[in-house]
Design a protein. Structure first.
Ligand code: GLN
Length: 548
């Protein structure tokens, strides 16, 4: 067994009874409680699925793929960690069953196990431990939060629980705090809380050799002191270690709601961290001043194809909201299935009801012509518009077709035989057959043209943003469309990264995904530009921080 654990403290976060209780919110709440007390945190997430990462998963089932600075294609939860905690997470901080087994099997094929029978115990467990410890080595942090995906009792989580048990056993010198999130139902016909599911899940966890220090309870109705005492009794934790997390208006309330019950102090004590007064001012500004005083005035239409699951475009949704909040407005999103534009000529008029349009990223042909129609409508009717990745590419196609007049122009992703492939696959992408992890991924340096709208919004000409795509504006054809109103204003080498349309209130596209770096405290520049253009167009006021 490798023995390389540093003196990092660990918090294990586990979920029980049912999925979807908000384990990620508990993780970031722990992180925030530690940060406001002056401690650095980093996060590791264990996903018991066999995929190597979330890159090949369907966004309508699993939510968006979040892209890290180092090019990881990860689960939506990583977006929550980065946004909420303002941290940069590496792709190595995600461990999946698939990665673990692939590595063990590759080692077996190489003969690294020297004739041993390769088994879950010890080989798979050791590989999990090796990965956790590698994260520990690389993450320069006081506390590592380790969130285990799935629910206690799932067959696939067991090797991970065993690894966490061993980690504690092999390293009695490190401080560990284990937090269990559970559900305490309040059935209407009984009108009382039932604690049995919580009791059973703790029993199951103990059987795996893991003993929770803290139990966070989700319930539709706040817990009474009597219920708290019962849970404490039957789950064998002190009463002050049982926390009530009811439904909230917004998730940003969670860290302080827990802290008001003594959460931050207890986590700090269990981790043997020096006691510190929490500094909640920055959080208070958002939770107590900005969010309760928003004007709900701005509606953004998001024509896309993944319209059935809210999480499919979650970073885009969040980035729009962050930009709105910064100026005192709530942003309402209207997700529109673009296939409707293709079926029904008049449906496009729905765009008269929105203040701005954002065409997000996407893959494949379905709904493409509908998106192009929406983009044309935004351009011709001077509706503030932002095109992201596929939205950027299709805006270039729309302009080439309808302004330059080359009707056959297209992206070779949708039409491999187009005579004017204004969007084409990168030469180095042509021979790639595997879909996972092979796109142009992660952060790249971009140079913006001086004095352009984007350079002003960023207040910089050298920027770095994240990418996830295979196709590009064709460098061989760019000159043929570049001397009209549409200007390419940002580049990485010879590849176009941004465009701006002259004579339009705001018609901007980015090949990159600026939403992945947006936080409530540092909104993304192109998103700010979109909201600002709408505010100006509607003659609204930008509300200053002071007045709020
Ligand atoms: N499908 C396009 C490409 O691969 C756009 C990808 C995206 O929008 N993320 O280039």
């Amino acid at each position: 067994m490798p023995n390389t654990v540093k003196k990092t403290r660990y918090v294990f976060i586990l979920g029980s009874v049912l999925s979807g209780l908000g384990k990620g919110i508990v993780t970031v709440s722990i992180g925030k409680n530690l940060q406001v007390r002056g401690h650095d945190v980093q996060v590791c997430k264990i996903d018991p699925y066999l995929n190597l990462d979330a890159g090949t998963m369907n966004p309508t089932e699993h939510g968006e793929t979040f892209v890290t600075q180092d090019g990881g294609e990860l689960d939506v939860d990583f977006g929550h960690y980065e946004r909420f905690l303002s941290i940069n997470v590496s792709k190595k901080q995600n461990i999946t069953t698939g990665q673990v087994y692939l590595n063990v099997i590759e080692k077996e094929r190489r003969g690294d196990y020297l004739g041993q029978t390769v088994q879950v115990v010890p080989h798979v467990i050791n590989e999990i431990l090796r990965r956790v410890e590698e994260i520990d080595q690389n993450a320069d942090t006081d506390v590592l939060l380790v969130e285990v995906g799935g629910t206690i009792g799932d067959i696939e989580s067991y090797p991970f629980l065993e690894a966490l048990r061993q980690l504690q056993r092999n390293h009695p010198e490190i401080e560990v705090c284990t937090v269990l999130l559970t559900y305490v139902p309040f059935p209407d016909h009984l009108s009382e809380h039932k604690t049995k599911p919580a009791q059973h899940s703790v029993r199951e966890l103990r059987a795996a050799g893991i003993f929770p220090n803290i139990i966070v309870c989700r319930s539709d109705v706040s817990l009474t002191p009597k219920v708290i005492s019962k849970i404490a009794d039957f789950c064998d934790v002190p009463e002050h270690a049982v926390f009530d997390l009811p439904d909230l208006n917004n998730v940003f309330e969670a860290p302080q709601l827990l802290d008001n019950q003594g959460f931050g102090e207890l986590v700090g004590k269990l981790l043997k961290l020096p006691a510190a007064q929490p500094e909640w001012t920055k959080m208070d500004k958002l939770v107590k001043y900005t969010l309760p005083n928003l004007d709900k005035k701005i509606v953004i239409g998001v024509p896309g194809k993944y319209t059935t699951l809210r999480d499919s475009y979650i970073s885009v949704n969040e980035a729009l909201k962050h930009a709105g909040w910064q100026m005192g407005y709530d942003v309402e999103l209207q997700h529109i299935n673009t296939e409707q534009f293709e079926k029904d000529e008049d449906f496009i008029k729905i765009l008269d009801e929105v203040d701005g349009i954002l065409v997000p990223g996407g893959f494949g042909d379905r709904g493409t012509e509908g998106k192009i129609k929406a983009i044309k409508y935004a351009r011709e009717n001077k509706i503030p518009f932002l095109g992201i990745c596929l939205g950027f590419q299709l805006a270039v196609v729309e302009y080439t077709r309808n302004v330059i007049g080359i009707q056959d122009a297209h992206s070779t992703e949708m039409d491999s035989t187009t005579e004017f492939p204004i969007i084409d696959i990168l030469p180095e992408q042509k021979n790639i057959t595997n879909l996972g992890g092979t796109m142009r991924l992660g952060g790249y340096d971009i140079t913006l043209t001086k004095n352009t709208t984007l350079a002003k919004l960023y207040n910089a000409i050298h920027i770095n943003e994240r990418h996830r795509h295979r196709y590009e504006v064709n460098p061989d054809l760019i000159e043929k469309i570049n001397d009209g109103e549409l200007k390419f204003t940002g580049f990485w080498n010879n590849l176009a990264e941004t465009f701006e349309l002259l004579g339009h209130p705001y018609f901007i596209g980015t090949q990159y995904h600026p939403e992945f770096k947006s936080t409530p405290w540092a909104p993304s520049a192109p998103y700010m530009g979109l909201i600002k253009a709408i505010i100006e167009k509607k003659n609204l006021k930008i509300k200053s921080e002071k007045k709020r």
